[in-house]
Design a protein. Structure first.
Length: 364
């Protein structure tokens, strides 16, 4: 049984959440928002969840340097040494490599959980049980674990993991990974869903520090070497400038593409604890309470007439009158109004890019 002091968690909190525009913006991305109306931001919920698994002082938050103050505001209980600042976005592999060498200085025998800061977990007790079983397995085996989520629909917004049919090591629902697949079209998603072999890729990982560093050495040696060398400056006055140089030289690559798809010791724990990446307004709609007409309305002064299956998110003091909409998204934030069909919400990323080009950064 692994000692609790040897379990660490890395919370990845550098994303923008552009598909949640206009509520999620460059200067205030969705991890710092109380999107669910719980009184806690998503990063606060994630941190609290992880303290059930490891000591609070073993939790590291990797974020963009521009979000340092927001992390401190939302998580005042952590020290500056627990906040790892990225000078520029380089995707998840460099983020994890950075955290690897920070943890190695503290505890080379650590088992590490890596989790996004902005996901929804409905059944936290089940989540903790799954993580605990994964931590035990990772401590005893040279293995890279990811959590796969049992799909309840043919979703095109998630990547998929294909699991081998034979269970491994007697742990419930733990299988060797056969393949990783990028976000499919609807027809392929339907095939995946009906096969029973494919699971949504949650982006949550568990591994021993030794296993993940070994995998970086094998599959992303240039990234690993940059951070291994940079670690000599950790804790010194030159750390910030060294990390700046490392990130300017580091390639932009995801942990899935750089390591997980290439390694042969990758396993998946197939889980069902009420997960959503809350990546889109549609995913928020799916997990929100609705009225009898299927509407999800956030706002104190909203009048609706013949409104069906529509998500509305507007400022509390804004008077909004809506008539005759069905299957729409209506969102207002900071003088930006978005009205979009739910079926077309994948276009929001394009809208944001167009706004950036035509109207400037102040609106993104």
């Amino acid at each position: 049984m692994i000692e609790r002091k040897n379990v660490y968690c890395v919370i990845m909190a550098g994303g923008i959440g552009s598909r949640f525009w206009p509520l999620s913006r460059n200067n205030r991305p969705k991890q710092f928002l109380d999107i669910l109306g719980t009184g806690q931001s998503l990063i606060q919920q994630t941190f609290a969840r992880m303290t059930r698994i490891c000591p609070a002082e073993n939790i590291l938050v990797v974020t963009s340097s521009i979000y340092k103050d927001q992390v401190r505001e939302h998580l005042p209980q952590i020290s500056d040494s627990q906040i790892l600042l990225e000078p520029m976005r380089r995707n998840t592999a460099p983020c994890i490599a950075f955290a690897n060498y920070k943890i190695k200085q503290k505890n080379p025998n650590a088992v590490v959980i890596v989790a996004p800061s902005d996901h929804l977990i409905m059944n936290e007790d089940e989540f903790v049980q799954v993580i605990d079983s994964g931590v035990t397995f990772a401590n005893e085996h040279d293995a890279l674990l990811t959590l796969g989520i049992k799909p309840d629909r043919p979703e095109t917004g998630y990547g998929y993991i294909q699991a081998c049919k034979k269970s491994e090591s007697g742990i419930k629902n733990l299988y060797k990974v056969k393949t990783f697949t990028e976000k499919p079209n609807h027809e392929l998603a339907k095939v995946f869903f009906e096969s029973g072999e494919f699971f949504w890729n949650s982006g949550i990982f568990i591994w021993s520090l030794k296993s993940i560093i070994s995998s970086f050495e094998a599959h992303l040696p240039e990234v690993n070497n940059l951070f291994a060398e940079a670690s000599k400056s950790f804790g010194s006055e030159t750390e910030g400038s060294t990390i700046e140089t490392v990130y300017s030289e580091c390639r932009n690559i995801s942990i899935d593409y750089g390591v997980m798809e290439k390694a042969n010791n990758v396993f998946v724990i197939c889980s069902d604890f009420g997960w959503s990446d809350l990546g889109t307004w549609g995913s928020l709609y799916a997990h929100s309470k609705k009225d009898l007409a299927g509407n999800c309305v956030a706002g104190n002064n909203v009048l609706t007439y013949n409104l069906k299956n529509t998500l509305v998110n507007v400022p509390k003091d804004k008077l909004v009158v809506l008539h005759g909409l069905e299957d729409f998204i209506v969102v207002e934030s900071d003088n930006i109004l978005l009205v979009c069909k739910k079926d077309d919400e994948q276009e929001i990323k394009k809208f944001v890019n167009d706004v950036l080009v035509e109207k400037g950064e102040r609106y993104t």
